[in-house]
Each structure stands twice: as structure tokens, then as C-alpha cells.
Design a protein around this ligand. Structure first.
Ligand SMILES: [Fe+2]
Ligand SMILES: [Fe+2]
Length: 239
């Protein structure tokens, strides 16, 4: 009788395992500290998804003691800020994934510093959601895990591609924030101030990545990134 290992019948693991996963694992092993890298990655993921984000800077804009929003405005603002919160979490995951497999220490340091600066954005969106009596996306663990995998896969293409990916991501985030600034209720000046500050900082992140040597991404990657982001933004609006 054929004996099966812990993964069931032979080849079952290969069927559920993305073909790129062995490459990511190989890269981690090459670092010489695979266990350290894995523990750090898990620790970053758990903190990002489950621990309250702590901002180094206060929330931009007017104080929260402003008049409460009319109920329809509150609901619309809450849905939009839930999307932005999920987006900021995904940005952290992309940077964490890219940093895990970055080839040079300087690129890794830049990616981790960019992730830290996104923590303020995450914390502002989280705080604003609380003020709006709304919850973050229920699918945040999924957004983090999928973005982390995309970041790590991109990082495997090399540091120039990785930095180019950051520049393209930030360009798309800028376009997304422009759209949200157009949809945000007029009465919600507090969320507007947060998004405007985030927008100007995302532009700076993208410019820094290009200046550090980011390569232009070839088609159809930018369109693919846009399509993936659309799935997240449309789902997180409701969930
Ligand atoms: Fe951000
Ligand atoms: Fe950014």
C-alpha cells in the first residue's frame, strides 16, 4: 500500500504551494539567518494586523471636537476611511515583503524606513475610523498576507525592480487618494486633512524610490497592480 507523508498523497503540497514560494524560502535561507528572518516577518505581520498602530506625529487637520457629521456623511466617510486603512496596511505588507528579500542593505533600510513612515498613515486612519464609530476591514489579515507575498515576489526580481514597484504603487495610491478626496463628504474636514497629508507624503515616497534607482515597470505589471488594488478597495468599502 502506498504510504503518504504529512502533506497527503505525493505532489499534493506542490499543488497548493505557489511555484514562487520555494524561491522566497531559498532567498531567506541564503540570508544565513532563516529563523531570525521568519520570526521578524511574523512579528511584523502580527503587529501590523492586530496591534494598535502608534503614530509618531499627531493627526493632521482640525480637532475631533468639531460637530459630528450627519449620519449619511458619517457612513460614507467611514467606508472610505476603511478602504484607506486597508490600503495603508497593504502598503506596510508590500514594504515588509520586499525588505525580506532585498539584496542590498541600503534598499532594505529604505524599505523598512518607508514602512515606518506608513505607520503614521495607518494610525491616523485607524484613529479616524474610531472617531467615526466604524471598524476596520474584516479581511485585513488577507490584505496583509496577499500584499506581503506580492512584495516578496517583486523583491525577488531585484532591488531596481523593487524600487520601481514602490514608485508605481505610490503613483497609483496618489490617484486613488485623488478619487477619495473627490468622494469625501464636504462636512468631513478632518478626514480630508488626513488624506491630503497622506497624498503629499505618498508623492514623496514615490519620488524617493525613483531617485534611489527604481526601474520603470513594464506592461502589463502596472495594469495588473491596478486591477489587484481595485479588488481590495471595492471589497474593503463594505467589508
Ligand atoms: Fe501611506
Ligand atoms: Fe507611501
Amino acid at each position: 500500500m502506498q504510504r503518504h507523508g504529512p502533506w497527503g498523497r505525493a505532489g499534493a503540497y506542490a499543488e497548493v504551494c505557489p511555484p514562487e514560494l520555494p524561491l522566497i524560502i531559498e532567498k531567506i535561507m541564503e540570508s544565513g539567518r532563516p529563523l531570525d528572518s521568519a520570526i521578524v516577518a511574523v512579528d511584523r505581520a502580527l503587529r501590523a494586523v492586530f496591534a494598535p498602530a502608534i503614530a509618531a506625529r499627531g493627526i493632521p487637520g482640525p480637532s475631533s471636537s468639531a460637530d459630528p457629521l450627519p449620519e449619511p456623511d458619517r457612513r460614507e466617510s467611514a467606508a472610505l476611511m476603511r478602504v484607506n486603512h486597508a490600503g495603508e496596511l497593504a502598503a506596510q505588507a508590500l514594504y515588509h515583503g520586499q525588505a525580506l528579500v532585498a539584496r542590498s542593505a541600503s534598499t532594505r533600510a529604505m524599505l523598512l524606513s518607508a514602512a515606518r513612515s506608513e505607520t503614521d498613515h495607518l494610525a491616523w486612519c485607524e484613529a479616524r475610523l474610531k472617531e467615526l464609530a466604524a471598524r476596520p476591514s474584516l479581511l485585513n489579515p488577507l490584505w496583509y498576507a496577499s500584499s506581503f507575498a506580492i512584495g516578496a515576489l517583486t523583491g525577488l526580481l531585484g532591488d531596481r525592480a523593487s524600487l520601481g514597484f514602490v514608485a508605481e504603487t505610490e503613483r497609483q495610491v496618489e490617484g486613488h487618494l485623488d478619487e477619495h478626496l473627490g468622494r469625501l463628504p464636504e462636512s468631513d474636514t478632518r478626514s480630508r486633512a488626513i488624506l491630503e497629508t497622506m497624498r503629499s507624503e505618498e508623492i514623496a515616497h514615490g519620488a524617493a524610490a525613483s531617485a534611489a534607482g527604481g526601474a520603470q515597470l513594464p506592461p502589463p505589471l502596472p495594469a495588473l497592480m491596478r486591477a489587484t488594488a481595485r479588488i481590495m478597495t471595492r471589497t474593503a468599502y463594505w467589508l
